[in-house]
Write a protein that binds this ligand. Structure first.
Ligand SMILES: Cc1cc2nc3c(=O)[nH]c(=O)nc-3n(C[C@H](O)[C@H](O)[C@H](O)COP(=O)(O)OP(=O)(O)OC[C@H]3O[C@@H](n4cnc5c(N)ncnc54)[C@H](O)[C@@H]3O)c2cc1C
Length: 411
């Protein structure tokens, strides 16, 4: 019996079914084939923390295979040459992949173009020359991107950024630093946000612009790869820009209106992370249900103890709510609504209950819950960080409260 009354539209349901078949045919076999590299951090990363060349090549091959199969760009607008499936498909596709693949088969991260690493509706904001120069290899999955917004001194309060693009002839000269930029160590382009009008930026009336910068531009430097949770490598890095020349064609969106572009991107991230929390949370719950049914203590399966089964029932209630909220938020966005309050409520709720679901599954497993074999620790790490990334839980509550106090009280 379906748990959700409103089925997905036929085209999205078919895409989701196709993605699961793709995971079985192309993602899982790659993990078997390349397991010695992908599962061993000593081979997956280089000593400086970057992904090893072999890993980068496997990821590129995965992206290109997904592009060839039509999944990679299925949610990219048709105006950019994509499948134009929209926000609900983006949510449903990611949710299904995370649920099906769990944390072990992480090449699934490259099956659909991630909004920050590959082509997305964000690229509708680039001009004709940029489309000409960068779009085709991005759509084929050959190349990738990253999104440079946060800085060492400007995270939640991102408008306090210090990176500057100073007008120089027809273009600009860009200097500053970014931090936590995911995928930057292997990306070909970075969308960099910089102050272009200091007065307006100081008054918080715009004054920030977005630029498309090739990562091999003179003056573009990756200062360090950041290691999280004791990992020996990572996807996030700290970047430095020294007097990089930027031409008018590299402007993304309107001059001085980059903050709107940034929020647009971050919004897509909130959909992605909601889907990730629901999908990985469901995977963790099912893993815990299996274990609780098989593991015996005091002469019976531990599932017979309410102390074990009730927390799992709690996870089911919360995941169901987050799943419905995710579907609703995506549908509102497809209907052209800004859905600021709904996106904020959904992302904050989903990532909090997603971590809780994984944590409860760990407890259900006893000591086994903390081993690398089960994968719960990876799932916990993945979801714990998204309680901060793409808007912290506190900043999202601030946005919700602001909307409520402005009279947006429809719940
Ligand atoms: C895994 C990961 C990947 C990321 N990837 C990217 C990326 O690709 N590109 C990018 O640009 N950024 C990225 N980020 C950065 C992310 O967007 C920031 O970490 C986030 O915006 C928070 O900023 P901060 O870490 O500086 O925390 P801070 O802003 O310093 O916040 C510290 C604490 O204070 C709280 N706080 C701050 N202001 C308020 C307030 N007004 N009310 C209540 N509480 C408040 C916060 O909620 C938080 O708990 C990533 C982060 C992570 C963890």
């Amino acid at each position: 019996m379906p748990a959700i009354a409103q089925p997905l539209p036929d085209d999205i349901a078919a895409a989701v079914e196709g993605l699961i078949a793709f995971a079985r045919a192309e993602i899982q076999p790659r993990h078997e084939r390349y397991g010695d590299i992908l599962d061993d951090p000593r081979r997956r990363f280089r000593e400086d923390g970057r992904l090893a060349d072999e890993t980068v090549e496997i990821i590129r091959e995965m992206r290109m295979c997904a592009a060839e199969a039509g999944f990679y760009t299925m949610c990219v607008p048709e105006s950019l040459g994509g499948g134009g499936l929209g926000h609900l498909a983006y949510f449903a596709g990611w949710q299904a992949l995370f649920h099906h693949c769990g944390p072990h088969h992480w090449l699934m991260l490259y099956a659909i173009s991630h909004w920050a690493f590959g082509p997305s509706r964000l690229l509708e904001k680039v001009g004709p020359r940029a489309r000409e120069e960068i779009l085709a290899p991005l759509m084929r999955g050959e190349q990738s991107m990253c999104f440079g917004l946060s800085e060492p001194g400007a995270g939640s309060d991102v408008q306090a950024m210090r990176t500057r693009a100073v007008a120089d002839g027809e273009g600009w000269r860009l200097s500053g630093r970014k931090i936590w930029t995911t995928n930057s160590p292997i990306a070909d382009y970075c969308i960099v946000f910089a102050v272009t009008d200091s007065d307006r930026a100081a008054e918080r009336r715009g004054g920030i612009s977005a630029f498309l910068v090739p990562t091999d531009a003179p003056g573009f430097r990756i200062d360090r790869v950041i290691r999280m949770f004791g990992s020996i490598g990572g996807d996030e890095a700290e970047l430095a820009f020294e007097d990089i020349r930027v031409e008018p064609w590299q402007l993304v969106g309107e001059l001085h209106d980059g903050f709107r572009t940034a929020l647009y991107g971050v919004n897509l991230g909130r959909i992605y992370n909601t889907a990730r929390a629901v999908g990985l949370g469901r995977w963790a719950l099912e893993t815990a249900l299996d274990h609780a049914s098989q593991r015996e203590a005091f002469g019976q399966p531990i599932a017979a103890f309410q102390g074990v089964s009730f927390p799992l029932a709690e996870s089911a209630m919360e995941l169901h709510a987050a799943h419905l909220m995710g579907r609703n938020m995506s549908t509102l966005l497809d209907q052209g609504e800004a859905a600021v309050k709904e996106v904020s409520m959904t992302k904050a709720y989903a990532v909090e209950i997603g971590v809780r679901a994984v944590d409860r599954a760990m407890q259900t497993h006893g000591a086994m819950g903390f081993t690398n074999e089960i994968g719960l620790t990876e799932a916990w790490h993945a979801l714990r960080v998204v309680n901060v990334a793409d808007g912290t839980n506190e900043i999202l509550r601030r946005t919700i409260a602001q909307r409520l106090l402005k009279g947006d009280v429809d719940i």
